[in-house]
Design a protein around this ligand. Structure first.
Ligand code: K1U
Ligand code: ZN
Length: 167
């Protein structure tokens, strides 16, 4: 397994729309394993392939506050969304920024697993939020894109200031 470099805003590759996985090969299985290792290394609860500069529709997550084990989704599709919830989000690609975003509170997602089998999952709470956040990455959208222009500018300035301090 390997820890992969994570792209940071404003890298334009984060805007790439990921293509569907045509076949679940050993390369995809290795990508899933590497993404888990990268996510745990970064102390995140989720990660999309886009963030490690792989533009295929693969996401992983481990939301430990839920009863779910670590989850991976290949070609995830949201079949149904219900309700609204505002919660604080962070992102390994936008370090040090935490902002409130409004998303669907409940959803049903369909995807393939590493064995190439289709499954559906109903999610709520932080797991539902994380699934939407990660699918957004596959579509080239970051959580800060939902902020007002003023809040987005402040968030980016904060990130740049803290980034300068750590290098
Ligand atoms: O970069 C990412 O996509 C990972 C991101 C996932 C995420 C966190 C919170 C809400 C939605 C999606 C993170 O793991 S950020 C770091 C983190 O562990 C965290 C931040 C805020 C709340 C809970 C966890
Ligand atoms: Zn993110």
């Amino acid at each position: 397994m390997a820890i992969l470099p994570v792209l940071h805003y404003p890298d334009s590759r984060l805007k790439t729309i990921a293509r569907p996985v045509e076949k679940v090969t050993t390369d995809i299985q290795r990508l899933v394993d590497d993404m888990f290792e990268t996510m745990y290394h970064g102390k995140g609860i989720g990660l999309a392939a886009t963030q490690v500069n792989v533009h295929q529709r693969v996401i992983v997550m481990d939301v430990q506050s839920t009863s779910h084990p670590p989850l991976h989704f290949i070609n995830p599709e949201i079949l149904d969304k219900q309700g609204e919830e505002i919660s604080e989000e962070g992102c390994l690609s936008v370090p040090w920024v935490y902002e409130k975003v409004c998303r669907a509170a409940h959803l049903t997602v369909r995807a393939l697993n590493k064995e190439g089998e289709t499954f559906t999952l109903k999610a709520e709470g932080l797991l539902a939020i994380c699934i939407q956040h990660e699918i957004d990455h596959l579509n080239g959208t970051l959580f800060i894109d939902y902020l007002s222009p003023l809040k987005k500018e402040r968030a980016i300035k904060k990130m740049e200031k803290l980034k300068r301090r750590t290098i």
